[in-house]
Design a binder for this molecule. Structure first.
Ligand code: NAP
Length: 262
């Protein structure tokens, strides 16, 4: 199937590693021009790696999504460099792990900024450019925690639901502009974020890393965690013109971990 991405411009946020990196790489393999951002210098290495593997242009930008000026610069530089913007993938590092008792009020505020307001700002600055595109799509990366709370993740369980509300609302409001808006809800996918969560869990339980991994695998009907590439294949399809009638969908990519019917 031709995803019709050749020459399109995709901006993937928080993409130096993990789900963002895998998604950016897959866009590049499909011939899209790709802009990626993250805070550390690893982003330059990731961009070079993807550019070397593919025949497309990759723009690397250092930016912190909690900073409004950085977001504005990322959008403007992408448009200046590539002449427009077709696809925006919102993403950020996950908020800290913890139970309600563990998380203080200041951390609630910084996490709100990281998880919800980053997406709001990205869409605000991207919209004028997406409105010019004939293949516009926004994809938010959220979590299965929005369907079924995950233990020890009160911030993710709470704040990502607001991103789902934003995604669904935008899918209704931007239909007239022919902009599709969807979300992917990843389940357990083996990245550095998951390593961090496993380490946090080990501190509480005193179990070995392998024991914690086995516990997670046992919760997934497919018996294992997903790979970033499995996530990226779905993210890129959903954002591509090949999915041109898919709008307002909150799609789990989770090996079947969510037990509810809807
Ligand atoms: P990851 O491996 O930790 O990668 C996070 C990426 O975000 C890195 O590139 C990091 O680079 C960047 N980043 C972090 N904070 C940032 C900021 N303030 N501004 C700009 N970039 C920032 O995480 P992941 O597993 O890919 O997960 C991506 C998102 O999906 C997270 O929100 C995570 O909670 C969520 N999620 C993941 C899973 C899973 O199983 N992996 C499941 C559900 C939801 P820098 O540190 O250099 O900025």
């Amino acid at each position: 199937m031709d995803l019709q991405l050749r020459g399109k411009v995709a901006l993937v946020i928080a993409a130096s590693k993990g789900l963002g990196k895998a998604t950016a790489r897959q866009f590049a393999r499909e011939g899209a021009k790709v802009a990626i951002c993250a805070r550390s210098e690893l982003i330059d290495k990731t961009a070079a790696e993807i550019a070397n593997e593919t025949d497309t242009q990759v723009l690397s930008l250092r930016a912190d999504v909690t900073n409004q000026a950085d977001i504005e610069r990322v959008i403007n530089t992408t448009v200046e460099k590539f002449g427009g913007l077709d696809i925006l993938v919102t993403n950020a590092g996950g908020p800290p792990a913890g139970t309600f008792d563990d998380i203080d009020l200041a951390t609630w505020e910084t996490s709100l900024n990281l998880t919800l307001l980053s997406a709001v700002r990205l869409v605000k600055y991207a919209l004028p450019h997406l409105r010019q595109s004939t293949a516009a799509a926004i994809l938010t990366i959220t979590s299965t925690s929005t369907k079924q709370p995950v233990q020890n993740l009160v911030l993710s369980n709470s704040l990502r639901l607001a991103v789902i509300g934003l995604t669904k609302t935008l899918s209704q409001e931007l239909g007239n502009d022919k902009i599709r808006v969807n979300s992917i809800l990843p389940g357990w996918t083996y990245t550095e974020r998951v390593e961090e969560l496993i380490n946090a869990q080990i501190t509480k339980t005193g179990e070995t890393k392998q024991a914690e991994i086995t516990k997670i695998n046992a919760k997934v009907p497919l018996g294992r965690m997903g790979t970033p590439e499995e996530f990226a294949n779905v993210a890129v399809f959903l954002s591509s013109p090949a999915a041109s009638f898919v709008n307002g969908v909150m799609l789990q990519v989770d090996g079947g971990i969510i037990q509810g019917t809807f």
